[in-house]
Design a binder for this molecule. Structure first.
Ligand SMILES: Cc1cc2nc3c(=O)[nH]c(=O)nc-3n(C[C@H](O)[C@H](O)[C@H](O)COP(=O)(O)OP(=O)(O)OC[C@H]3O[C@@H](n4cnc5c(N)ncnc54)[C@H](O)[C@@H]3O)c2cc1C
Length: 451
């Protein structure tokens, strides 16, 4: 079995390493460094910026915990932060390269495209092409930020998430367009670093698609930390000058700032891969539809990660890659349960959820039991001076099966894994309640909220 993988992000790397470990011959075609946008441009750099913003907030909390600090306010050294991001991303990419090489994966540095159901062509840096025969092909080429036709990224005043890491100076007033996960994470990043932030949100609340109670909890914190939120505001134009930017809203309003950051979603990298010519179905959005086993409609061609029609998450991309690595080597797999994918938003407070959402259950007329406790009743949260937020558990009123949950508060991204395990394993509420947690710990709120 020879699998040829186009794209070395979490999906491609995990598929390569799994298939190689299980005995397949693996060729990985990557046009850039290994690690993908996930490691080099998106998840890791943005979370490194979040960590710096959180460290500043922790200084404020340290005062509340009785630590005496000097009078000078802490501030961010953007040069050192950019260096740290460079070290982190290059380091992680190097580790992945070394691991894959040690597993015998052949790396081809070039741009791949599919020429038929069993051949991939890689265009190398010197312009030559190599044709590689494959028993199976995996397309894991990821996505890129979506840009509107009315704005151009200049990497100085007008940014996408990918230009935000290399700013020489913090913006005095940044206008963030888009209130989805990426938008609110960057609102948190810049606000925590002391910038004036205006968030332009096209809907009535931030985080469209998320539990409104969660969204309101985040809005409250953002507003109390000085963020201006313009709701029901669809941006439709942007002009720049020497001194700043002006964003036009389609109802006639305008917002002026020093910088603008566009966070209006992503576009799958499915173009130029030759997929249509070999009969792979592509949706109007550019996404490649796959089944629960990662198969496209062409039997030898698989797809995984952001290029597909599933949720754009690094964790999911890696899980899909692992599954495909097992499938092509003839190992048994459990299809991915897309209803049990845990997701997090790295704001402060952190937000995480999994499984059935309350609003969706109500709109479907589905009966659910909702139980909730605030962290203000949790001793550990009080000790740490982080009493904001709550845990909400959704369960089936008849079977008591855990169906989902949302957490807003410190370490939500870590805590949600217990609920994710419960949802995926069909555990009952009593299993979570009777779990013997550490005291004092935030996990105690998971049991309390389930009761
Ligand atoms: C700002 C931001 C923050 C994020 N934070 C998180 C987070 O905290 N947690 C999380 O789970 N998800 C996060 N995501 C989502 C995550 O980045 C993606 O889901 C993840 O990158 C998808 O992995 P992938 O393997 O599909 O693609 P990618 O990571 O995009 O990798 C695709 C690879 O394919 C290569 N490639 C593309 N075309 C070709 C070609 N023709 N030939 C050869 N190589 C090619 C690219 O160079 C790239 O290396 C974030 C996204 C953004 C925008």
């Amino acid at each position: 079995m020879h699998i040829v993988i186009i794209g070395g992000g979490p999906a491609g790397n995990m598929a390569a390493s799994t298939a190689a470990r299980l005995g397949a011959e693996v060729t990985l075609v990557e046009k850039d460094l290994l690690g993908g946008a996930a490691h080099l441009l998106d998840c890791i750099p943005s979370k490194a910026m979040v960590a710096t913003g959180n460290a500043l907030a922790a200084v404020g909390r340290a005062r509340a915990l009785g630590v005496e600090l000097g009078d000078s306010e802490p501030r961010v050294d953007l040069y050192r932060l950019a260096q740290r991001i460079g070290d982190l991303t290059q380091g992680l990419s190097g580790t992945i390269s070394a691991e894959l090489a040690s597993q015998g994966v052949r790396l081809v540095h070039g741009t791949g495209r599919v020429v038929d159901a069993s051949h991939v062509v890689a265009r190398l840096a010197d312009g030559t092409e190599e044709t590689i025969a494959a028993d199976a092909v995996l397309v894991s080429t990821g996505s890129r930020p979506r840009l509107p036709e009315w704005a151009e990224i200049d990497a100085e005043r007008v940014l996408s998430s990918r230009e935000a890491y290399a700013l020489a100076k913090l913006p005095s007033h940044i206008v963030i367009i888009g209130s989805g996960v990426t938008g609110v994470e960057f609102v948190h990043i810049f606000a925590s670093m002391g910038c004036h932030v205006t968030l332009v949100a096209s809907r009535r609340h931030v985080l469209p698609g998320k539990d409104p109670e969660v969204a309101y909890a985040l809005e409250e914190v953002l507003v109390s930390s000085g963020v201006d939120i313009l709701k029901g505001a669809r941006a439709c134009g942007l002009t720049t000058s020497e001194s700043g930017v002006v964003v036009q809203i389609d109802d006639g309003r305008t917002v002026a700032g020093s910088h603008a950051l566009l966070a209006i979603g992503s576009v799958p990298n499915s173009d130029g891969l030759g997929l249509e010519s070999v009969g792979v179905k592509i949706l109007d959005s550019g996404h490649v539809p796959i089944d629960d086993m990662g198969r496209t409609n062409v039997p030898t061609i698989y797809a995984a990660g952001d290029v597909t029609d599933k949720m754009p998450l690094s964790s999911l991309a890696a899980a899909q890659g692992r599954m495909i690595g097992r499938i092509v080597t003839g190992r048994p797999v459990t299809p991915i349960d897309y209803g049990a994918v845990a997701q997090a938003i790295f704001t402060e407070p952190e937000i995480a959820d999994v499984g059935v959402a309350e609003a969706d259950a109500f709109s479907q007329g589905r009966k659910i039991r909702v139980t909730k406790v605030p962290f203000s009743s949790n001793p550990k949260a009080l000790i740490e001076a982080e009493p904001g937020g709550f845990v909400k558990i959704l369960s089936d009123p008849l079977t008591a099966e855990v169906l989902g949950g949302s957490i807003v508060g410190a370490h939500a991204a870590e805590l949600i894994s217990v609920i994710a395990l419960a949802v995926r394993s069909g555990l009952k509420v009593k299993d979570v309640v009777e779990n013997l947690n550490v005291h004092p710990s935030l996990s105690e709120s998971l049991a309390d909220a389930s009761e």
